[in-house]
Design a protein around this ligand. Structure first.
Ligand code: CDP
Length: 237
């Protein structure tokens, strides 16, 4: 496979076109960003750890019947994915309160949410990813009613699969963000699933092992991501 021109550079990944019009290459960089790009640092090894962790999780999701864009690993920090027409919406499920919901609703961190709660956000850094509802998504034409339903169903299916997977590794899946796109008429899971886009706490101590270590300046960010990978059984060598 030949990598051609750069299509898009995000905050932590760069996307390349390839000689296959149906496939893109994702390069996971060491850049780590928070607060809509206001805080950015390079963290050695993070690109590799996230690329391999993402591949491991996407394969688990595929095995559970969730269709994803993941095709295969290409190198330590690159993966081949299906080329999707991305929907500009972030889908968030929360099993435990943390982050923006605590500020928005004035609730304390660490509450178990039963049922798990669900939110949509518009992908728009300049406006700090505002929360939107299903009507906004349909009325402004970001996605159809069927696509909204598919995103919701698949986001909850991911919760069933990954809550169990992380529990076996002694981790609590606190919350996570997913993005979807269209591929040959279907809604398919895109983007990534890594500790950059979810919250993971040690099940016993509730120690944070995700990007909150970076956001909150706790240190040991990549070490925490590696700990998650080791507990899951991801091959990092
Ligand atoms: O992360 P923050 O407190 O700003 O927002 P949140 O709404 O509490 O985030 C919920 C989950 O989605 C967390 O696991 C975030 O890491 C993730 N998220 C993300 O990956 N990208 C965003 N633009 C917003 C949230």
């Amino acid at each position: 496979m030949k990598i051609l021109n750069e299509l898009y550079a995000g905050k932590a990944k760069t996307v390349y076109e390839t000689d296959d019009s149906e496939r893109l290459v994702l390069r996971f960089r060491d850049d780590t960003s928070a607060f809509d790009g206001a805080k950015i640092e390079q963290l050695a090894r993070k690109g590799m750890v996230n690329n391999r962790t993402n591949a491991f999780i996407m394969e688990k999701l595929e095995a559970a019947g969730i269709v994803t864009h993941f095709d295969r690993l290409l190198s330590a920090n690159e993966a081949v994915v299906k080329r999707l027409d991305m929907i500009p919406i972030e889908c968030v499920v929360r099993n435990i309160s943390s982050g923006s919901i605590c500020k928005r609703l004035g609730v304390e961190e660490g509450l178990t949410l039963l049922p798990p709660t669900f939110e949509f956000f518009l992908k728009d850094d300049a406006r700090h990813d505002p929360m939107v509802n299903e009507f906004h998504i349909r009325s402004f034409g970001w996605a159809s009613e069927d696509e909204v339903a598919a995103m919701k169903t698949q986001t909850f299916a991911v919760n069933d699969c990954l809550k169990a997977l992380f529990a076996e590794a002694g981790l609590l899946l606190v919350d996570y963000k997913l993005e979807f796109g269209r591929y040959q008429g279907d809604v398919v899971l895109g983007d990534e699933f890594t500790a950059d886009g979810c919250r993971l706490w040690d099940a016993k101590t509730r120690e944070k092992l995700d990007k909150d270590r970076f956001r909150q300046g706790l240190g040991g960010v990549v070490e925490a991501y590696e700990e998650v990978a080791h507990r899951l059984g991801v091959d990092l060598d």
